[in-house]
Design a protein around this ligand. Structure first.
Ligand code: SAH
Length: 235
């Protein structure tokens, strides 16, 4: 399992690059195959026709058991809403499986916004495809109540237009509408766009599926356009 990082070559680790170029078979969602293109030589690429993660995981294990070196690619880190768990769940004990980490969207976007994650933070996906929406809201409510900085993955997609608004209202139960909030769309990719705004002012129309949202905690401030959650040092 290989994490490609958020975007281009600069944020792909040498270990991940070597795993891809040393593979016989590369498996992944077509968007990720595109990101991996520069490192592909003559590998067999399996992407189309495999919409389901479980199908990809099964094919990956079959190919590996047949003696191939297989790289299953995810964006960011494969262990963060990625392919690492379905594969480890089905891989037989005799199969050698390595998880190769990548720069995840939370830290990549935090770096673009400043230093919003310098204290305790929670990462929550708003995708209810595999997680009940009530569970997502319960976790969001708990994280907001406990004053965690909150990173939202999968904040919006077609058919889930209201989710982000509902999520904002849950956080607003515990946090001021002036709380700093940062958005980064297509981090480390062509057309990267960032915005530092507030929880109350966030325009949902500015958010899409390739955006990560970071909601500050009660201590987060904006200095020179950058989001900062103080670590606690006396400066
Ligand atoms: N395994 C990935 C996350 C997959 S979930 C990782 O570790 O980063 C997909 C979500 O990740 C997207 O909806 C978006 O919220 C976030 N994301 C992934 N790549 C991103 C990028 N380049 N810029 C901004 N957000 C990104």
């Amino acid at each position: 399992m290989v994490g490609l990082g958020p975007g281009g070559e600069e944020t792909l680790t040498p270990q991940a690059r070597d795993a891809i170029s040393g593979a016989d078979v590369v498996i992944g969602y077509s968007t990720y195959i595109k990101l991996a293109k520069p490192y592909l030589t003559n590998q067999t690429v399996l992407s189309s026709g495999m919409k389901k993660e479980t199908d990809r995981a099964r094919v990956a294990v079959e190919e590996a058991l047949a003696g191939k070196r297989v790289a299953v690619i995810s964006s960011g880190d494969p262990g963060v809403y990625g392919m690492a768990s379905p594969i480890l769940e089905i891989a037989p004990p005799e199969l050698e499986v390595d998880v190769i980490p990548g720069v995840t969207a939370a830290t990549a976007t935090a770096a673009v916004l400043g230093a919003p994650l310098t204290h305790d933070f929670a990462v929550i996906s708003l995708s209810d495809l595999l997680t009940p929406w009530e569970t997502i809201l319960r976790r969001l409510d708990a994280a907001a109540a406990a004053d965690f900085v909150i990173v939202l993955y999968n904040p919006r997609s077609h058919g889930r237009d209201q989710h982000l608004e509902v999520a904002r209202n849950v956080v607003l139960k515990h946090r001021a509408k002036e709380t700093p909030l940062g958005l980064v769309k297509d981090c480390c990719r062509a057309g990267e766009a960032k915005q530092v705004t507030t929880l109350g002012d966030m325009n949902i129309e500015d958010v899409d599926m390739t955006t990560t949202v970071i909601i500050g905690n009660s201590q987060t401030k904006v200095l020179n356009g950058r989001m900062i959650t103080p670590r606690g040092y006396v400066i």
